[in-house]
Write a protein that binds this ligand. Structure first.
Ligand SMILES: CC(C)(COP(=O)(O)OP(=O)(O)OC[C@H]1O[C@@H](n2cnc3c(N)ncnc32)[C@H](O)[C@@H]1OP(=O)(O)O)[C@@H](O)C(=O)NCCC(=O)NCCS
Length: 338
């Protein structure tokens, strides 16, 4: 994992907008988050730092990596994706690099894709990265406070390898989507939509669309920052999280009580607590670090997984469930024997 050094507290947030520590902690659990250096750190460079650690811990070298999968919603460039920037930065061989755009579920989607390549025998060492630099794309004015206080920067990575041991590895992955709510949590611009999907989008007059991916008016009207209908996201998340976790457990013949650790996407502490309650899990069965890092979207699951492992809370043979829900809506789970 890699997180930037710069800690940005709720008190720091109050210097920019009308908000307060009590509201943020009560509604989200977040005390502080990390913000990347504006010019020296990017989504790709943070991903590279996490990747170096994963490669070292896997006991391999960059030359052993066969394939890169990079999940993010805050890429360095509109295109190309961050995968090729990692390939370049680590001076890797001319291996494939795939970019995944599934927001909060991005890491689990990426893991699932990697799992299929490992199972088919096509690749032996796959680098899977989730990384975000939200601080560069959020609005620090009061009008966006419901979104801005939630997000933080950071990266996490894993190396996937085959195993002969039937008692270890990814037991199954489960991926879902429902595009009916695509505009509930989204960043519309820059984009090619030209106001085609009218629902949920701001009203553009004709002069603003059809010429470029982003116009001056869109920027003036604050239409190039993330939009979120928080209560709708919350209501759907607390249904889909338990559903997709149970799907993973049922598929493999396990019960919630069998879980050593649930690593939920760190969307909001209240969502994690709701899921914990619904599945009747003990405190020591659910890992939360949103308090320190905020919601780091595609990075949140590997960041939490890494910290849980570093703290000795996940050991060989333990049953671990990863689960995520977010923009799209998309949601996913993975059940692992560590
Ligand atoms: C975003 C979220 C914390 C907002 O909490 P909420 O209880 O739903 O709050 P609402 O959006 O209904 O707003 C309630 C009030 O708080 C205010 N408010 C919003 N953000 C605020 C902030 N940062 N500081 C202070 N007040 C804030 C609103 O303006 C509103 O005030 P009003 O009642 O005077 O109009 C909550 O909806 C949530 O967590 N949703 C899920 C979001 C999520 O997990 N996103 C990531 C998905 S992966």
């Amino acid at each position: 994992m890699y997180v930037p050094e710069h800690v940005f507290t709720n008190a720091d947030m109050m210097k920019y907008m009308d908000t307060n520590d009590e509201w943020i902690q009560e509604r989200t659990g977040i005390k502080e988050r990390r913000f990347a250096d504006r010019t020296n750190e990017t989504t790709a460079t943070m991903g590279v730092e996490a990747a170096k650690q994963a490669i070292e811990r896997a006991g391999i070298t960059v030359d052993d990596v066969d394939f890169i999968i990079f999940a993010t919603l805050s890429p360095d460039y509109y295109f190309p994706g961050c995968g090729v920037l990692v390939q370049r930065a680590l001076q890797m061989k001319e291996i494939g690099a795939l970019d995944v755009r599934n927001q909060c579920s991005g890491f689990i989607y990426a893991l699932s894709v990697g799992d299929q390549f490992i199972r088919s025998g096509m690749y032996k060492n796959i680098l899977v990265i989730g990384s975000e630099k939200h601080s560069f794309g959020i609005d620090f004015n009061t009008r966006s406070r419901n979104v801005t206080v939630i997000f933080g920067d950071g990266a996490g990575a894993v190396v996937l390898q085959p195993t002969e041991d039937p008692d270890r590895g990814i037991l199954s992955t489960h991926l879902h989507s429902d595009g009916n709510d695509a505009e509930i949590l989204a960043m519309f611009n820059p984009g090619s939509h030209a106001n085609h999907w009218k629902d949920g989008l701001a009203d553009y007059d004709n002069a603003d669309i059809g010429e470029m991916f982003v116009s001056h008016t869109m920027i003036d009207k604050n239409q190039n920052v993330p939009f979120m209908d928080g209560p709708t996201v919350f209501k759907k998340a607390v249904i889909k999280f338990p559903e997709v976790i149970m799907e993973a457990l049922d598929t493999n013949g396990y019960k919630p009580s069998d879980l050593t650790m649930l690593i939920p996407h760190q969307a909001n502490l209240r969502i994690s607590q709701f899921v914990q309650q619904k599945l009747k899990l003990r405190d020591d069965q659910v890992y939360n670090n949103i308090q320190k890092y905020g919601n780091t979207t595609a990075a949140s699951v590997p960041l939490a997984l890494c910290e849980a492992w570093q703290e000795g809370k996940i050991k060989t043979g333990n049953l671990v469930c990863l689960a995520a829900f977010g923009s799209g809506f998309t949601w996913a789970s993975a059940l692992l024997k560590w």
